[in-house]
Design a protein around this ligand. Sequence first.
Ligand code: ATP
Ligand code: F1X
Length: 407
Amino acid sequence: MILTLTANPSLDRTIELPGPVLRGQVQRAVWAGQQPGGKGVNVSRAVAAADRDTLAVLPGDVDDPVLTGLDAIGLAHRSIPTGTPLRSNITVTEPDGTTTKINEPGSLLSPQSQNALLDLVADQAAGASWVVLAGSLPPGVDDDFYARAIERIRGLDEPPLIAVDTSGAPLAAALTASPDLIKPNAEELAELLSAAGLLRAAGLLNAGGSRDDARADSDRGATESFEAAELRKTAEAHESAAPLETADLLAIAGRLESSPQLTARATSALLTAGGAHPRSILATLGAGGAVLAQPETAWHAQHPPMDVVSTVGAGDSTLAGYLLGLTGGREPSAALAQAVAYGAAAAGLRGTGVPSPEDARTDAVTVTPLEATVAAPAAAPAAQAAAPSDDSSHRHEGTVPEAEEAR
Ligand SMILES: Nc1ncnc2c1ncn2[C@@H]1O[C@H](COP(=O)(O)OP(=O)(O)OP(=O)(O)O)[C@@H](O)[C@H]1O
Ligand SMILES: O=P(O)(O)OC[C@@]1(O)O[C@H](CO)[C@@H](O)[C@@H]1O
């Protein structure tokens, strides 16, 4: 059984526009719909769609629209009453697949409710194969909530494996409890690397990595390239220990999305960093597919270009596809192919759509092993960190040859 905990569930409202969003104007939607959502809930929906056992644990009153929505689709769930309404999150989609999302903060969750939720998860996790802790934390909940959940679950006689899909401070805090798997997207990965001081080890600063080198690069020509400018800004922000600005994080995330090799190196830096860290990383890269990194191995899986309808929940479906693959007996690389097939299928569905196994076809997915992903120690200069090679790329219709499986 795959159990999910969604600390901050939502009613996902989706509005489809006939053209681009026009700020400040009245626009008429061509379609609108709503689904019970939140990251863990979506994982459970995808697992249930594959006819596999799942239980969604969440806060919320039984007559809340999220809970009645779960009743309506027959999804197994357990909740703790809160006396306050769950949030609504709004998605606006445009015909070219552009997805704009506005998420409410959610209602305050009292300390009593938080404890009741942790008790419920620990109680229900006995006998599960995986527990997924997913989504943001509502107001009133400390950043270490998922870390506390991990400690509770690990205290069970036969603890299940634990996956975490959240962002920012709750993700950083969860890492201190060494989850078995995390599923960051490119931006979350960039944020984690920055917070851990691993941007340079990950090869995300320029070769020399120093402010002077970056300046020298830019001084070489009167016209500083966009790339050089981004690197210089990043280096300066990093070395002055100032938090990276959103624009810098997005620039780094963009580089990760367009380079699986760089992502493999970045994930490797996290996996080999001193102190607590996750055991595996499933990094999703939007249209760039996903990288699965484990100590000493990494793979990239890619879906061909496709028409995107709504990417909301694509990451959750990716995680569900991966766990369905693993618990169904697939090797990690084959489970990765299934993960990307699930993510791509979800991106082709309206709203927070989750695919069925028939929608998620692995035969179109290419899986490529990435080599030399064990980076030099975190403090080593980028120039000495092992760079993954891409000369072993090949296509093998969603599964990997036995020789590679054995790596
Ligand atoms: N434009 C796209 N084309 C093809 N596949 C896509 C596209 N966008 C997303 N996907 C698929 O969905 C997966 C997850 O996407 P992404 O990295 O955006 O996750 P995410 O930010 O966690 O998503 P969310 O939080 O909305 O669930 C990707 O790994 C990929 O398989
Ligand atoms: O605000 P959070 O908890 O980070 O994300 C919530 C959310 O955006 O995540 C799901 C898509 O991944 C949606 O169902 C939901 O609206």
